[in-house]
Structures are given as structure tokens and as C-alpha cells.
Design a protein around this ligand. Structure first.
Ligand code: UD1
Length: 400
């Protein structure tokens, strides 16, 4: 393992004030920016929340580039506001499209952007098309790429995110693995040990850092703790197939009826479009116990996850957030990259299958959960600080 020791005196501090007092060091007025951080989607914005606070605290000269992959207010701006992410130095306005077109447009505009700001390195979090384009445009210009959330694998060869992350990992100069499994995956693929660092997971930093704020967040409606299920559905492999989406909706309706619980579902724009085009929308939203709402802000989502009886999702990040907040998870995917939660007995993988979803819900309704320290699996809230130290070392010439 290749974990760097924390350098600053307050290495264990998650204090809001400690980090907030250093915000003035960052400036976007330079033409040369040492570190460009490329993002474009909701889960990527979330991964920057605490990381950029540490960048500021350590005086790193950075700028955010927004590809524009997500553009709706609820998918985009609300996250920048909530998480105090600085205004991007460049917005590429790429928008939606086929993967090829979307990625190509990003590549073209990112190349110009890198030539404008001359970064020493580019940081890409996650596995979206924005992350792939960020990495590829950089390596083609011989700019170092650093991958936050490296080494995750679903082993689903044709999953867009799996293709993206494998490619990004094999292009990157520094790879920040969130878990031991991710770290091991990278070494098993032949990536040099000195490039790979087990840092922990930046999303867990948010849970630790923002614990109070999550609790104090107001919801736009009333919920009774433990009396509802929190559900999200957005993955292309589920929602782009009407027969799969039908099974998922049927399962959720049955769960709501069987346990007499509300199922709260903030609807992703992809899912809404598909439900409308398959003619499934009206019937579903009118079903007993089903509460379909607009996409919620980040802290509202965490609060909903924390107080839910159960989370049912096909999101990667929400599986982990729920676990860290003490809520068990049913994952409507074929597999998961976050295997620790399954091993700990807090997550059951069901794919889109109705009977498997129902069985998994029954399990969590009836069985006692094993005792675990969820945060320990993911670095206990220190990932952003470790990553920042490694980047500082790199910029200071201390990492070859
Ligand atoms: C993308 C990521 C996925 C991530 C997800 C989180 C890739 C390959 N996938 O999927 O890993 O989990 O973001 O949301 O990068 N749309 C809007 N408004 C928006 C954005 C999208 O209406 O602001 C609609 C458009 O119809 C678009 C569709 O949603 O075609 C899908 O958006 P896209 O960014 O292609 O992929 P996501 O499904 O969001």
C-alpha cells in the first residue's frame, strides 16, 4: 500500500471553519492554472465538495472546467451552490448527445481549454464521459492525468462507465483508489505500484465533513423517519429497456403496498423521458404510496437516505452514502463496484428482477443488520486530504 501521511497539523480535523478560512487563495484570473479539474455531471460535482476545500487550504492553483454534460438546474447549478464549488474557469456547453458525439465535442473543446490554461495536470473524478474526455484530451497533449476514484470495476464489458474507467486508469499518471479492492484491481491489471495510491473515498469525506449540515437540511415535504423508502432509478441499462423498467416499477409498487410505506422517488431526467415515452408515467405516479418528485439537492438526498427505512437504487454513489449513513440498500444492478457493502451484509444485489427486489426488501425488513463501522471501509473522511498532499508532492517535484 502506498498511502502518504497527512502533512498538515489538523490532519484529522473535519472542521468547516478550518477549511472555509482559506477560500481566498484561489483565483481564476491567471492564464496559467496548475491543476484543472474536469467535471460535467451531478456525481462528479459531489466528488469535488471537500477535495476543493483542501486544494484551497493548501494554496493549490486550480480551476474547474465544466463540460456541460449536465445542464438542468436540478442536475447542475444547485450542486455548485450547495457545495460551494467555484464558478468554472471554462464552461464547454456540450450538452446531451450520443456518447460518441458528446465525447468528441468535449475533446475538441478541452484541447483548446488546456492550450489556454497550460495546466501541469488534469484531475478527473469518476467514470463519466466527461471524465474520459478530460483524461484523453490531457494525455494527447502530454499533460498528466490524475484519476480520483480509480480502480472500480463492474466487469461488465459493455457498460459505458466501465469502458470509461478502464481507459482513464490506463492513461493516468496518478491513480487514487477509494478502496482496497479498487487498489488491488489496478495492480492486477499491471499498473505500476508507484502510480497507485490507496486514499479512501472522497464521497465519504462529505458524509463526515457535512454531518451537521445533512441533519439540519430542510426537506420540501414532510417525512417520518423510518417510515419511507428512498428510491432512485437512472441507469441506462435499466431505464432504456421498457421490460426492465416495468419489472422495477411493479416491484416498487408492490413494496409500497406490502409494507404500507411511502416510496419517495426524485426522478432523473433520463428516467422521466423514458417513462413518458413508454406510456408508464401516469399510472406509476398515481399508484398508492408512490411519491414521485423533482430531482433533489445533494443534502436533501443525503437526509432522505439517512432517515429512510431502506434505500432502493441503481446509483453507485447512493449505495455508499446510504451505508455510511446507517441505512441498508437494495441495488437494482447486475453487480456493484462497492463490494464491501455486500460483504458486510448491508447491500443486496437484485438486478432489475421483480422477485429478487421483493426478496431483498423482505430480508431487510425482517433481519437484524450486522454491526459494522462503515466509514472505515472508505478512509474515514481523510481521502481529500491525502489526495491533496499527493498532488502537492507532484507539483513540488517530489513524485517522479
Ligand atoms: C451520466 C453518467 C452516469 C452517471 C449519471 C448521473 C455517462 C456515460 N454516464 O448518465 O455514469 O451516473 O450521469 O446522473 O457519462 N438530461 C437532462 N438534463 C440534464 C442532463 C441530462 O434532461 O441536465 C437528459 C437528456 O435527455 C440526456 C439524458 O438525460 O440525453 C442522459 O444524460 P447523460 O448525461 O447522457 O447521461 P446520464 O444518464 O445522466
Amino acid at each position: 500500500m502506498n498511502v502518504k501521511q497527512n502533512k498538515s497539523d489538523d490532519s484529522n480535523s473535519n472542521s468547516h471553519s478550518v477549511l472555509e478560512t482559506n477560500t481566498t487563495k484561489h483565483t481564476t484570473s491567471h492564464t496559467n492554472i496548475d491543476v484543472l479539474v474536469v467535471v460535467g455531471t451531478r456525481p462528479q460535482f459531489v466528488k469535488l465538495a471537500v477535495l476543493l476545500k483542501y486544494f484551497r487550504k493548501h494554496g493549490i492553483n486550480f480551476g474547474v472546467v465544466h463540460t456541460g454534460q449536465h445542464y438542468d438546474y436540478e442536475m447542475n447549478k444547485i450542486f455548485f451552490e450547495d457545495l460551494e464549488i467555484p464558478t468554472p474557469v471554462k464552461h464547454l456547453n456540450v450538452g446531451s448527445g450520443t456518447h460518441g458525439k458528446q465525447t468528441a465535442l468535449m475533446l475538441e473543446r478541452l484541447e483548446d481549454t488546456y492550450q489556454e490554461f497550460h495546466p501541469q495536470c488534469v484531475v478527473v473524478p469518476g467514470d463519466t464521459n466527461s471524465a474520459l474526455a478530460g483524461a484523453l484530451a490531457a494525455v494527447k497533449l502530454h499533460i498528466h492525468t490524475f484519476h480520483v476514484e480509480a480502480g472500480l470495476r463492474s466487469r461488465l464489458q459493455f457498460m459505458a462507465e466501465e469502458i470509461n474507467r478502464v481507459l482513464i486508469d490506463h492513461m493516468s499518471t496518478l491513480l487514487f483508489a477509494p478502496t482496497q479492492t479498487a487498489y488491488d484491481n489496478l495492480l492486477a491489471e499491471g499498473i505500476a505500484t508507484d502510480k497507485v495510491h490507496l486514499t479512501g473515498d472522497v464521497m465519504i469525506d462529505n458524509i463526515v465533513f457535512y454531518a451537521d449540515r445533512i441533519e439540519k437540511t430542510e426537506l420540501p415535504f414532510t417525512v417520518t423517519p423510518n417510515q419511507y423508502i428512498y428510491t432512485t432509478i437512472h441507469r441506462a441499462e435499466n431505464v432504456d429497456f421498457p421490460e426492465k423498467l416495468r419489472e422495477i416499477l411493479d416491484a416498487i409498487k408492490l413494496v409500497a403496498q406490502k409494507y404500507d410505506l411511502d416510496v419517495i422517488i426524485p426522478l432523473h431526467p433520463r428516467t422521466k423521458k423514458r417513462l413518458l415515452s413508454y406510456g408508464m408515467f401516469s399510472d406509476f405516479v398515481a399508484s398508492p404510496g408512490i411519491r414521485v418528485i423533482e430531482p433533489v439537492g445533494y443534502f436533501q438526498s443525503l437526509k432522505l437516505a439517512k432517515h429512510a427505512k431502506l434505500v432502493i437504487t441503481d446509483s453507485g454513489g447512493l449505495q455508499k452514502e446510504a451505508f455510511a449513513l446507517g441505512t441498508p440498500v437494495v441495488t437494482m444492478r447486475e453487480t456493484t463496484e462497492w463490494v464491501e457493502i455486500v460483504d458486510a451484509g448491508w447491500n443486496i444485489i437484485t438486478d432489475y428482477k421483480k422477485t429478487r427486489i421483493l426478496d431483498a426488501v423482505t430480508h431487510f425488513m425482517e433481519k437484524k443488520l450486522p454491526q459494522v463501522n462503515a466509514l472505515e471501509f472508505y478512509g474515514s473522511g481523510t481521502a481529500s486530504e491525502r489526495i491533496t498532499s499527493l498532488i502537492e508532492d507532484f507539483l513540488g517535484g517530489n513524485i517522479p
